[in-house]
Design a protein around this ligand. Structure first.
Ligand code: GLN
Length: 307
């Protein structure tokens, strides 16, 4: 399964297998910029540990990365903060939708995990304190790891997130009332919305996630995370990366994965490769229908799961 031809053939087969599902589900509707994306798009990329990338369909077309950026923000915050980060955010699945408020009051403003919105807001808050410019830091990191200097924020999406951001604002203010947000909430929200708006392709995101398959080593060979921290991030992706569908995702795909409401999903085969799939039609839990099916086919056809 290492040769280029093998990966190309595999991707072609997966694309054919999931073709009947492309266009099913519904693109995210909470902001106009996402609702207007063509639901028939489908792309998938596989990046080897050495940075060779293979793809099928719309794999070079940029889309809204949305919550996939939460993985990169977590990795950056963990690299700067170490274990102290876990005093402010947990690492248990929430079993609730990604934008849910309900657990926060029972659990004193400490979000269940870094991949629901409340947890991601805490991580971005921490990153803002540590770097002074959380969203730019994240964008620079993604540019460096993907080797694509053209990666950028999407102004229209960021503005739209802000205009429709009452739920995220509520989460941030509520956690601030428990002392779990250090920066002014409007500044935090700006960085969070910029972060969500980053546009990147399947190729970019598969390449950028390689440090998770490389046990913490960045593209240039320097170390971002210890081997143990890379394992921790992969573990939290496995248990929490697809919100209240994480159990189903682990059951079907068997890989650490992180989805976003733009329709993308990044998945990791530790020690082997990274994948990114994109198709905008979402199921009711906010995960790409064709995307989950494609990753399911990948692990079924190759046997490359963590189990
Ligand atoms: N921008 C979205 C939000 O905060 C991201 C959510 C997601 O991709 N699940 O609501």
């Amino acid at each position: 399964m290492k040769q280029a031809d093998d990966y190309q053939e595999l991707l072609g087969r997966i694309a054919a297998d999931v073709a009947p599902l492309i266009g099913s589900g519904t693109p995210a509707e909470y902001i106009p910029a996402l609702a207007s994306v063509d639901p028939r798009r489908f792309g998938m990329a596989i990046a080897d540990l050495d940075g060779t990338v293979y793809g099928v369909g719309d794999w070079r077309l940029p889309f809204s990365a949305q919550s996939i950026t939460k993985v990169f923000a977590l990795a950056l915050a963990l690299s700067l903060d170490g274990d102290a980060l876990w005093e402010r955010v947990g690492r248990e699945p929430s079993g609730n939708p990604f934008n849910s408020l309900v657990q926060l009051e029972y659990e004193n403003g400490i979000p269940r995990n870094p991949f629901i919105n409340a947890g991601a807001l805490v991580v971005t808050d921490r990153l803002q304190t540590l770097t002074g410019d959380a969203s730019s830091d994240l964008l620079e990191f993604l540019r460096a790891e993907s080797g694509n200097p053209d990666l950028a924020f999407d102004q229209e999406v960021a503005d739209s997130e802000g205009e429709n951001g009452d739920r995220n604002a509520a989460l941030a203010h509520f956690m601030a009332s428990y002392g779990n947000i250090a920066n002014p909430v409007p500044i935090l929200l700006d960085h969070y919305f910029w972060q969500c708006s980053i546009r990147a392709s399947c190729a970019d995101l598969a390449l950028a996630a390689r440090f998770l398959a490389r046990h913490g080593l960045r593209a240039d060979g320097s170390r971002l995370l210890s081997r143990s921290e890379a394992k921790q991030v992969n573990a939290v992706m496995m248990t929490c990366g697809t919100y209240d569908a994480a159990g189903e995702f682990a059951y079907r795909v068997g890989l650490p994965g992180k989805s976003g409401v733009g329709g993308g999903i990044v998945a990791v085969v530790p020690g082997r490769c990274t994948l990114c799939v994109w198709s905008p039609g979402l199921d009711r839990r906010g995960n790409s229908v064709a995307g989950v099916a494609a990753l399911d086919r990948f692990t079924t056809l190759t046997g490359l799961s963590v189990f």
